[in-house]
Design a protein. Sequence first.
Length: 421
Amino acid sequence: MTDQPNSESPREVDLLVTGIGELATPEGEQPLSGSGMGRLSVQRGVAVACDAGRFVAIGPEAELIEGFRGRDTLDAGGGLAIPGLVDSHTHPVFLGTREGEFEQRVAGRSYVEIAAAGGGIRSSLEGVRASTELLLLEVLLPRLDRFLQLGTTTIEAKTGYGLTVADELKGLDVIAAANRSHAVELIPTCLGGHDVPPEFKGRPEAWIDVVCAELWPAAASKAAFADVFTESHVFGLEASRRLMESAREQGLGLRMHVDQLTSLGGAELAAELGAASADHLEHVSEHGIAALAERGVQPVLCPLVPLYLGEAQEAPARRMIEAGCAPALSTDFNPGSCYCMSLFEVMSWAALRYGMSAAEALTGTTLNAACSLGLGHELGSVEVGKRADLVLTDLPNHTHLTYELGRNPVRRVIKGGAAVH
């Protein structure tokens, strides 16, 4: 894994990281499934050299200290080093929180009941619609600070709380502005199929017409993906198919919220369409799992969401892994169903609720997550040639990733070869 210089004099690099107690990382550019999901490269006594934004050498510390001189150096303090975490499902562009709905759920009301009474997704529309791009950026940037503090260096960032053409495009512009000014890398997704706007109540086909004819074409130059919430109370199978096929015609990649609340067959539709990801999947059928595995559609699982919503049904993560799927793990950070930005919490709950090992959970929040975004060749592992995104923690080894709950173990965060936190 080393790329040593040929000359006797040390090669100067931007950053040299020493004092790593353990380096744990998945390897490769493709998503990992089956037993491969739990196989990590675990090395002790190594150092890491970064230059021009990429890893250029990983090897025994004594060799790298002799062969490289860092313009900047970091001492990891004997802790665990892991790849920069990748959150492949978030909704960070919103104004205002919904703790009142949380109280209602604690008191026994369901997500669908709250949405039917005017809460849920629609309750976040007013804040986005009434806000300027500058205001939305001002509230987004501190959230990105928090992601970074928690070791997350890349997030998939969805719109979906505007639900007019202008406000969805405004959300994408906010994401672009944040990308220009913040160390966290945002992969933009236009969630025009999040809900039927109140102006189109009882006329969902009319909103679908607008999305297909106006929103997707305008979003194609601003977003990497399009997304839809496939549930009978929002967009059913045929409506979702129409939305996704139209988005694909505009060159957008496809991500889909499916089988979260009911077993509607969304996973089968995601497989049929060849989506990049099928997200949530708490109620996925066995046939749906098989279809995802056959077509190579990655599940993106959100273990904190059923907990947050008070739902008993869990995504069958173990069955997916055994079937050949390569799941990613995410926070689903949003104001309604998971107000949490910590992938460390996600890893612990993936162990507790899915039965994932620490190695599987790390793969799910790094390489598999990056692959679901089409970035497995660039991100998700600590390997020579990949972008130098690295998290230094105070944990003694990678099994503590799932063992220790409720504390942020991050010491330093490196993004693109530079210390950013």
